[in-house]
Design a protein around this ligand. Structure first.
Ligand SMILES: [Zn+2]
Length: 331
């Protein structure tokens, strides 16, 4: 993922507008407000079945495989585990395997994992996270370590963990929510100034969805949703192409008492997995992603460094994001 605020062009925007078909039926969804007040986290925890401990354990388990660089042995082992977990929660799991051009001169195998619940309902909700981790630590303060792969506790594992917890709750609560979980591969192998080298898995899926003519009412991408001190602001493409779901998610978060993390203000414009989904499938999709206003690139200090390990993970942040998404898809 990279911040492209400086290179967004009118041409790019017009391409997206052409591709868009916003069919979001948010108006049908409940707008009832909760009587919870900001900061009342203990009461919120009692009411939401979303478990921060369970989610944290899902992060830790992914990290225990080591770096999950696309097409490596730990990546395969972690992928097998993800398929097993999602299947155990009652999802219908589809594995999409393909070989794609990495836009850096090589062909690489990818493995997207799609888990569907309540397929008989055609009003789909798409939830996305990338499950691969970055093969290099190009932002690490120690040059000698910059060629080593990162553990990606936040960048990769956190979003996947929240979606695993949602899958667990789908079974535990016998939920009728019509969700598709897309665990996208090869998001994080890109290089700066090479737009097309990022988001390889989601780009492939958006051009070759697992179901012909796949549509969803809206999509929610989770990327870097577990770090201490996280801040979630309105990412540019989310605000432009999915304003309805963006405002519903931020309103829900604030009603649940998570206004400390979900801030009503403009964030960055990011090359992330939601962009090919908006562009190629016309599904209005938002990106819930940590944005650090104090840093020039907008990413946390641990981003693409070896500090992206379990120590950076905060259960309260996982809970803020997970309980919000759970409420939005359950209403
Ligand atoms: Zn990354």
């Amino acid at each position: 993922m990279q911040n492209i605020r400086k290179i967004v062009t009118p041409l790019l925007l017009s391409l997206f507008i052409t591709a868009l078909c916003i069919g979001c039926n948010l108006g049908k969804r409940s707008q009832s407000s909760s009587n919870l007040t900001q900061g009342n986290d203990s009461k919120q925890e009692e009411l939401s079945p979303f478990s921060a401990d369970s989610t944290y354990n899902f992060v830790a388990h992914q990290v225990s495989f080591g770096p999950r660089v696309a097409n490596s042995a730990p990546h395969k082992a972690c992928g097998d585990w993800l398929v097993e977990k999602l299947t155990s929660y009652g999802a219908e799991v589809f594995e999409q395997k393909a070989v794609v051009d990495n836009k850096k001169g090589s062909q690489i195998p990818i493995r997207n994992i799609i888990a569907s619940f309540n397929k008989e309902n055609s009003n789909r909700i798409l939830l996305i996270a990338h499950w691969d981790t970055r093969p290099i630590a190009d932002n690490d303060p120690f040059p000698s370590l910059q060629k080593e792969p990162i553990l990606g506790a936040d960048d990769g594992a956190s979003g996947v963990a929240v979606l695993l917890e949602i899958a667990r709750l789908m079974k535990a609560t016998n939920s009728t929510a019509p969700i598709d979980i897309l665990l996208a591969d090869a998001e994080d192998m890109g290089e700066s100034n090479n737009e097309e080298s990022w988001c390889l898995g989601s780009t492939y899926w958006s051009k070759n969805p697992h179901i012909k003519d796949y549509k969803a009412d809206f999509g929610i991408l989770l990327d870097m949703v577990g770090a201490k001190g996280a801040c979630f602001m309105w990412e540019y493409f989310s605000k432009t192409y999915a304003p309805g779901i963006l405002s519903e998610v931020w309103k829900t978060a604030i009603e649940l008492g998570h206004g400390k993390y979900f801030v009503n203000a403009d964030g960055a414009a990011l090359t992330d997995d939601h962009v090919p989904i908006i562009k190629n499938l016309g599904i209005p999709t938002i990106d819930i992603v940590n944005f650090d206003t104090k840093r020039e690139n907008g990413f946390g200090e641990h981003w693409h460094t070896h500090s992206d390990n379990l120590e950076i993970i905060d259960k309260e942040v996982l809970l803020a994001v997970g309980s919000t998404v759970w409420k939005v898809i359950s209403d």
